[in-house]
Design a protein around this ligand. Structure first.
Ligand code: SF4
Ligand code: SF4
Ligand code: SF4
Length: 160
């Protein structure tokens, strides 16, 4: 498996997000061929604590994914590239993964009765590709960690 520091992940920067939600539509179109916010594997919503800011929720493709550990059907796979995927042929729709994930990423498609989550679009995430402001980008985990630390320091400094 790739070194965890080198693994490609999504990085969301709230300082750059306009809240347009194009990323959600691009995600639903990639996976379901329809433009439907309800079918997106990532979520952008208004930050209740900061007017005009947004919060982005997306899978971190964790090093030791608790969603995988929680799955009773062995339907969750962490691939050689580090990407965490759900095998819908094995999924029984129990939602244990959603309950255990710290940010409740896997969601249940009620029509298909199985769960879905970010699959990193075969290495070319469409949310990042179609974000007009560069608020979602593909970074290595090491880069994302460093950028996140800088963002935290910036937010803390603004509070003073
Ligand atoms: S496409 Fe980019 S700017 Fe628009 S909501 Fe998504 S992350 Fe924010
Ligand atoms: S679904 Fe949640 S627990 Fe699983 S890899 Fe993504 S962020 Fe981690
Ligand atoms: S909903 Fe599917 S992927 Fe999630 S824990 Fe249950 S069987 Fe596994």
């Amino acid at each position: 498996m790739a070194d965890t520091d080198d693994q490609k992940v999504l990085f969301y920067d709230p300082e750059l997000c306009s809240g347009c939600s194009y990323c959600m539509l691009a995600c639903s179109y990639e996976h379901f061929k329809v433009l439907d916010y309800e079918l997106s594997n990532l979520w952008i919503y208004p930050d209740p604590q900061r007017p005009f800011y947004y919060i982005g929720i997306h899978c971190s493709h964790c090093d030791d994914p608790i969603c995988k550990a929680a799955c009773p059907a062995d339907a969750i796979i962490k691939g050689e590239d580090g990407i965490v995927n759900i095998d819908q042929n094995k999924c029984i729709g129990c939602r244990s993964c959603n309950i255990m994930c710290p940010i409740s990423v896997p969601w249940k498609n009620l029509e298909r009765r199985v769960s879905f989550k970010c699959d990193f679009c075969k290495g070319d995430p469409k949310c990042a590709k179609f974000c007009p402001t560069g608020a979602i980008t593909v970074k290595t985990r090491k880069e994302a960690r460093e950028l996140a630390n800088k963002l935290i320091l910036k937010v803390e400094a603004k509070k003073k």
